[in-house]
Design a protein around this ligand. Structure first.
Ligand code: GLU
Length: 403
């Protein structure tokens, strides 16, 4: 028996539920079990060939050494150009740091920004890693809840009421993981004004900004309230829009002292993000045909969103806000709490219900407790329409079997 003693911070740290469950279901599938996996928060499309070829070219031409910690200049220029086109905001390449996924950008950020006990406003339901990352950096996540009855819309007064003299930042995610909800212009402007008034950093996790449906027009708050730009940090990445989750390339743009601090943290932690992946990301952002690829994938996600939402909403007892972006639904399932399984177990939580669905229906999602929404389950629809139809038919059948 090892006598290794863990740091108290890490001993109390939650595991990433999305990654744990995805690995568990993939292991079941590898064992030949026919289980439908709605856990994975990643596109099922292959990375486009032109991007893969750019990576192969990089290897074959010897672009395999360290790069600048902050990432290669052509990629940072491409990010600046993309942000100019899509956000209407101007940056210089030195305002950019490229990291191992949006996740490392956030980790660099909190380590650079927070003193012990500093607070960050996080909106629930939130992505699983937001609170643990803030805690790992010694900060305190202050969770502001949104309600399903209000379509998970952010109440700006509640955000203002949650601020204290220790508050350093507000973290927004629109479209949001896990709810798919977007933030409209009025609320964005009000949050931006609040951040200006109180000199808070406005952090936007924009990983899903290209994945919006219907006539929703995505905007960054600084396009509504320009003064907020000097205290804004933008986080983006190629994982979702270009089906490149495994390549691990994210980026951050913001005030230079903060970006320089994040580069210092990254230099001590990991050095540059993978050189080969950087050349692949450069091709993703600048190569011919990229916009059509993204448009095609987004159109397919919208078709799946329509189907998934319709099937979930048709199941008695499940309540769901129609997502306007990303690729998740987040139905409330608590109508089934207190019901009994055919073998006599009582469903007391979303996790119990999920275990029942995995055992009986062979369908998996992620329990809402991981996202600060304990009455919910997240189902990802980043999978084919046949899978969505089959999976939701199984869920409906299994829920109907509860007593
Ligand atoms: N963002 C994805 C998800 O929510 C990927 C897994 C993760 O890093 O949490 O499922």
């Amino acid at each position: 028996m090892s006598t290794v003693r863990l740091s108290p911070t890490v001993a109390g740290l939650a595991s990433s539920a999305t990654l744990v469950l995805n690995a568990r279901i993939q292991a079941m599938q590898a064992d030949g079990i026919d289980v439908i996996n709605f856990t994975a928060g990643e596109p099922d499309f292959p990375t486009p060939r032109r991007i893969a070829r750019a990576a192969i070219r990089a290897i074959e031409t010897g672009l395999t050494r360290y790069t600048a910690v902050r990432g290669i200049l052509p990629l940072r220029k491409a990010i600046v150009t993309r942000v100019e086109q899509d956000y209407g905001l101007s940056f210089e390449p030195d305002d950019v740091v490229v990291s191992n996924g949006g996740k490392q950008c956030l980790d660099n950020l909190w380590r650079s920004l927070l003193a012990p006990g500093d607070e960050v406003i996080v909106v629930a339901p939130y992505w699983v890693s937001y609170p643990p990352q803030i805690q790992l950096a010694g900060g305190v996540p202050i969770v502001v809840r949104t309600r399903i009855e209000e379509g998970f819309q952010l109440d700006v007064d509640r955000v203002a009421a949650a601020c204290s003299p220790r508050t350093r930042a507000v973290l927004l995610n629109s479209p949001a993981n896990p709810s798919g909800v977007t933030i409209g212009d009025g609320r964005l402007a009000a949050i931006a004004e609040l951040c200006c008034d109180r000199e808070l950093l406005l952090v936007t996790d924009d990983l899903y900004y290209k994945m919006v449906y219907g006539d929703f027009r995505w905007r960054h708050p600084a396009s509504l309230v320009p003064e907020v730009l000097r205290n804004s940090l933008i986080i983006g990445g190629v994982s979702k829009a270009y089906a490149m989750t495994g390549w691990r390339i994210g980026y951050a743009l913001g005030p230079r002292p903060l970006i320089d601090a994040m580069i210092k943290v990254q230099a001590q932690a990991t050095s540059n993000p993978c050189t080969i992946s950087q050349y692949a990301a450069l091709e993703a952002l600048t190569g011919m045909g990229g916009d059509e690829e993204v448009t095609r994938m987004v159109a397919e996600f919208e078709r799946r969103r329509d189907l998934m939402y319709q099937l979930v909403a048709a199941i008695p007892g499940l309540e769901c806000v129609k997502p306007q972006g990303a690729f998740y639904v987040f139905p409330r399932v608590s109508a089934y709490f207190g019901r009994r399984t055919p073998d006599g177990r009582t469903i007391a939580s979303a996790m119990d219900l999920l275990e029942y669905l995995i055992d009986t229906a062979r369908v998996a999602g992620v329990p809402g407790s991981a996202f600060g929404g304990p009455d919910h389950i997240r189902f990802s629809y980043a999978c084919g329409v046949e899978t969505i139809e089959a999976g939701m038919a199984r869920v409906a059948g299994a829920l109907d079997g509860l007593m």
